[in-house]
Ligand binder design. Structure first.
Ligand SMILES: Cc1cc2nc3c(=O)[nH]c(=O)nc-3n(C[C@H](O)[C@H](O)[C@H](O)COP(=O)(O)O)c2cc1C
Length: 193
């Protein structure tokens, strides 16, 4: 019997006082009720990678990083069977912290599924997710259809960081997203063996 797929919940925003932290923890709390997947929170604020500036592209470079943080990041990404990206929308796109972290790794992302939880103002971050869907295909990742999009994030949570606006709808959608993610993570994990 295969081990339960291990999923990273990646918090993309690294801003001071970011909403991303409470959205990430909200996702993680729902995720913990699952028995078909195991989860770990990965906060990009804990991974202050400089902007990718190597002469070589990731495909040839990632096996020979000499700096400790990029080496550890390659190992970290590669240790998961799938990902949930928690992303805000910045100027109708996703944040540079996320793109840079993605650009540092190639093989570790390959043939693994990725789901999306976005947030923002009126759009709920859907434009950021649409952009991400293009990028992750180039990394040979499988995008999950069901996604959670939380609009007006600045008034969606109370002072105790509980999601209080339409929480029942988002929880239901998150579970559908995890159902789809579990199928892909399990299937691709078997396929990679
Ligand atoms: C640089 C920047 C650009 C933004 N652009 C958008 C945008 O295009 N659409 C949107 O819905 N919200 C936009 N916002 C508002 C963010 O969605 C909101 O500030 C959110 O809290 C950002 O996530 P964070 O706090 O986790 O960084 C922008 C915020 C920043 C900092």
């Amino acid at each position: 019997m295969n081990a339960v797929p291990k999923i990273a919940i990646i918090i993309a925003s690294i801003r001071e006082k970011r909403a991303g932290l409470k959205v990430g923890h909200w996702v993680y709390d729902i995720a913990k009720s699952r028995t078909d997947l195991v989860f770990e929170l990965v906060d990009l604020k804990d991974w202050p990678l400089p902007m990718y500036a190597y002469a070589e592209t990731t495909k040839t470079m990632e096996a020979k990083y000499t700096d400790e943080l990029p080496r550890q990041w390659v190992e970290k990404v590669g240790s998961f069977d799938g990902y949930v990206v928690v992303t805000p929308e910045y100027n109708h796109g996703y944040p540079p912290s996320l793109k840079n972290a993605m650009d540092y790794v190639y093989e570790g992302w390959n043939r693994k599924p990725v789901a999306f939880v976005s947030y923002g103002a009126s759009s709920g971050g859907v434009r950021a997710v649409q952009q991400l869907r293009q990028v992750i295909v180039e990394l040979q990742m499988a995008p999950i259809r069901a996604e959670v999009n939380i609009p007006f994030v600045f008034r969606a949570f109370d002072e105790k960081d509980a999601l209080v606006v339409n929480a029942d709808i988002y929880i239901k959608t998150a579970q559908v997203m995890f159902d789809q993610l579990a199928w892909w993570a399990t299937t691709l994990k078997t396929g990679r063996m």
